[in-house]
Structure formats: structure tokens, C-alpha cells
Design a protein around this ligand. Structure first.
Ligand code: PMP
Length: 353
């Protein structure tokens, strides 16, 4: 090893789902939305003036924050925006988890949490989910340096009610509690209403799933003014212009179209419920999903085998080779046609497997 190599920061990064590019593929591996963003977004992109890009964007992403404020009825000072919720969460880890005590999160959850903890040198402890992949709230009633819970959780798809989250917040008056609600719009119940009562709570959401804008990279957090201003201070000590001009204007435009948002999320929920019945008939079981994906296991055929078989047919789903979940597949809900094709391929394979 050369001397300078000793000074390199070595870290095992988070590995996102693959982004294959086949014309005939069915992509159900990264929980994207199969529908395009609200029509106003396409209009905005067309009308956008290229010379505008010569200027720096508004550092506070004013237009976007004001629209979030109007739609969610919360003061702009209580909103933080970032480059996807990954950026928002990373900033939260940096700002809010500076205790010497370990932060807590489930053993099976979004696999970026332990990566950020390692990156920012935040001590952490993972808390096992129960046998049914449910969070045991009592496990979070002990001393800690912070708590982060994905609700609904990923990849399990299970959502808990706001009372459940409130019990965790109530028992942690000395920590910041973060609820990662990336999938909340597909039938989950947000902890948003708790924000009035608890100034140590952060609720994080994204445009990547329910608003069909994963490619734009927009995420946001709601919290007390004290917390939000602390996160901005850290963000502004690192990069003042995380939000680019196109995402500010397109994000604001997407928010205005509530009808489209509701229609899309409802459509995905309907497809999900239909897919559940078909999968059950084929011998799959799964937790009751409150998300745009299903976390499924088959009574007979190993998940790894099904994953490889589907991949060969250019149907991409997600498989995690990790303890407790290595016999499960995470399948994103696509369009009705995509799900019908998936079911057809599975049916065909399971007939002889
Ligand atoms: N939280 C959870 C639970 C997720 O599954 C994801 C998507 N990978 C994210 C946050 C981050 O999504 P984004 O950065 O696209 O907002």
C-alpha cells in the first residue's frame, strides 16, 4: 500500500437497484412510478428558458418551498428541501445525530441508514423486527442518540398508524425522531399531524414515488423551525445550491396538480390489490402492503431462483441477499399490463418448477 493510500477514506457504499436499459423490459426493481409526472411538468420543461440556467438558482428553493407550504398548510420555515430524500436524510444524519449514544433503527429497513451512520461516524444499533417483520415500538423506549423509522417500512411494505409513531416520539423527548415516509402516499397514514405536538420530530417525504419524479431528485422534510434551521445551517456549510432550477420549477408545478396525484396513487393501489390476489393464487405470501411494492415469498420455489428466471425474461425485481429476507422478492407495482405480464410469466414457470 502506498503511503497516500493510507489517508483514503474507505467505505462500503449503498448499492442502489440496477438501472438496466432494454427496450422490452419490465422494470419493477426500484419502486419507481410507472406513470409520467403531472402534465404541467412536461409543459414546464418545454417552456423553460435556457438562459435562466446561466444564473444560480434561489438557494432556498423559494418557489418549491412556498408551494409545499400552500399544499401541506405548514409554514415555509418548517420545510427543508433536498436532492431526493436521500440528500434530506443525509443532511439530517449530519445535523441531528451528533450524540455519542447510538441511534436506533430496525435491522431490516432502508439499507442506506447504516451507510450514512458509517459515513458520518454516527454510532448506531439495529433493532430486530419481530417474526412478522413488525417494528416493536417498546424496543425504542431506551436511551439513544436518535431514532429513524421508515414508515411504511422498506422492503417489508408494512405501515404503522400515527398512534404507534406517537408512542415512539413520546418516549424519546431527548432525541430527534425521524420518520421516513417515502411510501406514505400509497395508503399509509402520515405522522404529519404530530408535528404540532412534538418539536423533536422530522417527517421526510419524496417526489420519487407518488409524484413520478425520481429522475428530478426532490425530497423534503417537515419539522420544527429549530430543527429545520439547524439542517439548513449544515446544508449551507456544505453546498448552498443543492436544488437546481428545473427541479424547483417542475417540483412546484407537480404539487399544484392534486387531482393527477390522487388519480395516479389510486391507480397504483388498485393494481396492487389486484396483483395481491393473483400472487396469492400462485402460492405467494406477503405482508399487507401500504406501499407501491409487495414483499413476497413463495411456498415452494426459492426467491433467488425466481429472481434469476424473471431477470432472464427482462422482468426486473429486487432481491436482497441478506439475513432473514433472502427468500423474498420486492416487486414494485407497475401498470396493470406490466403486472399481468409478470403474473403470466410466474404462472408459466411455477407450473413445472
Ligand atoms: N427512503 C426509503 C425508505 C426509500 O426506499 C428510498 C428510495 N430508495 C428513499 C428514502 C430515497 O428516495 P429518494 O432519494 O429518491 O427520495
Amino acid at each position: 500500500m502506498k503511503n497516500w493510500e493510507k489517508n483514503l477514506r474507505e467505505i462500503t457504499p449503498y448499492v442502489p437497484g440496477e438501472q438496466p436499459d432494454f427496450p422490452d423490459m419490465i422494470k419493477l426493481n426500484t419502486n419507481e412510478n410507472p406513470y409520467p409526472p403531472a402534465p404541467g411538468v412536461a409543459r414546464m420543461l418545454k417552456e423553460m428558458q435556457a438562459p435562466k440556467l446561466a444564473l444560480y438558482p434561489n438557494p432556498g428553493a423559494k418557489l418549491l418551498v412556498e408551494e409545499l407550504s400552500a399544499q401541506y398548510h405548514i409554514a415555509p420555515e418548517r420545510i427543508f428541501v433536498g436532492v431526493g430524500s436521500d440528500d434530506v436524510l443525509a443532511m439530517i444524519f449530519m445535523t441531528c445525530f451528533c450524540s455519542e449514544k447510538p441511534i436506533l433503527f430496525p435491522d431490516i429497513t432502508y439499507s442506506f441508514y447504516d451507510v450514512w451512520a458509517e459515513l458520518f461516524r454516527v454510532p448506531y444499533r439495529t433493532v430486530p423486527l419481530d417474526e412478522e417483520f413488525r417494528i416493536r415500538k417498546e424496543d425504542y423506549y431506551k436511551e439513544n442518540g436518535g431514532v429513524i423509522i421508515a414508515n411504511p417500512n422498506a422492503p417489508t411494505s408494512i405501515g404503522e398508524a400515527p398512534d404507534f409513531i406517537e408512542d415512539i416520539v413520546k418516549h424519546n423527548p431527548d432525541s430527534v425522531v425521524v420518520v421516513d415516509e417515502a411510501y406514505i402516499d400509497f395508503g399509509g397514514e402520515s405522522a404529519f399531524s404530530l408535528l404540532e405536538k412534538y418539536d423533536n420530530l422530522l417527517v421526510v417525504q419524496t417526489f420519487s414515488k407518488s409524484r413520478s419524479m425520481a429522475g428530478m431528485r426532490i425530497g423534503f422534510a417537515f419539522g420544527s423551525e429549530r430543527l429545520i434551521s439547524a439542517i439548513y445551517a449544515v446544508r449551507n456549510s456544505y453546498n448552498s445550491y443543492t436544488m437546481n432550477y428545473p427541479s424547483i420549477v417542475c417540483g412546484a408545478e407537480a404539487l399544484k396538480d392534486r387531482a393527477y396525484f390522487e388519480e395516479c396513487t389510486k391507480k397504483i393501489i388498485r393494481t396492487r390489490e389486484r396483483t395481491k390476489e393473483e400472487l396469492r393464487r400462485l402460492g405467494f405470501s406477503f405482508p399487507d402492503s401500504r406501499t407501491n411494492f409487495l414483499f413476497v415469498t413463495h411456498e415452494r420455489v426459492p426467491a433467488a431462483e425466481l429472481f434469476a428466471m424473471l431477470r432472464e425474461k427482462h422482468i426486473f425485481v429486487r432481491y436482497f441477499k441478506a439475513p432473514r429476507i433472502d427468500n423474498y422478492l420486492r416487486i414494485t407495482i407497475g401498470t396493470d399490463e406490466q403486472m399481468e405480464r409478470l403474473i403470466e410469466v410466474l404462472k408459466e414457470y411455477l407450473r413445472t418448477a
